[in-house]
Write a protein that binds this ligand. Structure first.
Ligand SMILES: [Zn+2]
Length: 323
């Protein structure tokens, strides 16, 4: 339905989205990556409880980017949404090439496109749970070029967007291959403002690439909030990056999220939970001079604009870029 946003329990009005995390995982198996058993969320009851905490912290909506290759369970997502009261938006799409289903090799772009269109129109994995986004399309961070199979998947996703109007979100570690990702999608006709390039706030020295990407009109995924233990790029640095990008005029193109994918981050296991962004990171943003109003743009206005199919979007004011 145009004009509404598809959640796992059905379509909702854009104004019902509220405070939205644009890049998270609730049920996912990413343990293949680094052979790390901690990268696995497989307990629906735990996820329901985690979502109740998220709601208590002020959260309303989770965009859940688990897709083919990451152990997607559409009916589990529906139960989590129903029992927690949090809106959950599911994804159709493909993750990294190492976990592509075998058919990606032999099928044409058109056939892969049709798979995503079928998901959007009928439901994921033989259920009637429909996706609200195409994600988490990945390219590798350690390759010289985007691979032929990755290109096929990106082009198929772009074509699926033209039919479904679903926005597209990517995995693009530290911006590696970012311009190629944008090129492939826009070459297929995807408007840049319907694209979120993910993982752009994960290390030092990424201001320039964020700026250049924003100038192309795409949205910046500043995710991995809450992963201070993984390196020397800390949440205070992420907050400073967000502030800097706002000062440069890119407020309307920034999305912030946690990309939860470690068991030890769950409250159930003593971690900070999905409420961390609202409880701990927003105060850091305010501390560096981001205003309450700007926080609202990051967490509410931008997700609503990106997630709402274009035909129903209110006219954008051209002042939108000013912070
Ligand atoms: Zn992710």
């Amino acid at each position: 339905m145009r004009g509404t946003v598809q959640t796992v329990v059905g379509p909702i009005l854009p104004e019902q989205l509220g405070v939205t995390h644009m890049h998270e995982h609730l049920i996912a198996d990413c343990s293949f990556s680094g052979n790390d058993a901690r990268k696995k969320f497989d307990d629906v009851d735990v996820a329901i409880q985690e979502m109740k905490y998220f709601k208590q912290a002020g959260g309303d909506t989770i965009v859940e980017l688990t897709c083919r290759g990451l152990g997607q369970e559409p009916l589990a997502l529906r139960r989590i949404a129903q029992e927690s009261g949090v809106n959950v938006i599911a994804a159709t799409g493909f993750y990294r090439e190492v976990v592509y289903p075998e058919y990606v090799k032999r099928e044409t772009i058109g056939q892969l496109t049709q798979r995503m269109i079928d998901d959007a129109q009928q439901g994921l994995e033989g259920t009637d749970v429909r996706p609200g986004i195409i994600a988490e399309l990945a390219t590798e961070a350690d390759t010289e070029k985007v691979s032929p199979l990755e290109e096929k998947v990106f082009r198929a996703a772009g074509r699926a967007h033209l039919v479904t109007a679903l926005p597209i979100s990517t995995h693009c570690w530290a911006g590696h291959h970012a311009f190629e990702q944008v090129r492939l999608l826009t070459d297929e006709g995807v408007p840049p403002d319907k694209i979120v390039i993910g993982h752009l706030g994960v290390q030092h020295g990424l201001e320039d690439i964020n700026r250049r990407l924003a100038d192309l009109g795409v949205n910046l995924g500043i995710d991995a909030i809450g992963y201070d233990e993984l390196g020397d790029f800390q949440d205070k640095d992420r907050a400073a990056l967000v502030k800097r990008l706002i000062d440069l005029g890119y407020l309307r193109q920034i999305t912030i999220s946690q990309d939860m994918m470690r068991r030890y981050h769950l409250k159930h296991e003593g971690g900070h939970g999905y409420g961390y962004l609202l409880e701990k990171f927003v105060p850091m943003l305010l501390e560096v001079g981001v205003t309450e109003k700007q926080v609202q743009v990051l967490l509410m206005d931008n997700p609503r604009r990106i997630l709402t199919p274009k035909s129903n979007e209110p006219k954008r004011d051209d002042q939108g870029r000013s912070g």
